[in-house]
Design a protein around this ligand. Structure first.
Ligand SMILES: [Zn+2]
Length: 71
């Protein structure tokens, strides 16, 4: 795999980021949460225990949500 940073942003462009490192796995999930999150029939998810996210802009706009207990 090359070392070209992966870049991304939110739809309005306020949040921009780079990701560097290796990805361990890639899943396309169609569970109810992924459908709701993506607003489509599925969500594409990358997983990595070591990759780093470098926030270029808008980090203060990021929110983290957890699953309710028992779900
Ligand atoms: Zn899912």
């Amino acid at each position: 795999m090359d070392n070209t940073p992966i870049t991304g942003q939110c739809l309005c462009g306020a949040v921009r980021f780079h990701i560097s490192g290796e990805f361990e796995s890639f899943f396309v999930c169609h569970c109810s949460r992924c459908r709701k999150d993506s607003g489509s029939a599925h969500s594409a998810n990358l997983f990595s225990p070591t990759a780093k996210i470098i926030w270029v802009s808008g980090e203060a706009n990021i929110k983290t949500f957890g699953n309710p207990p028992g779900n």
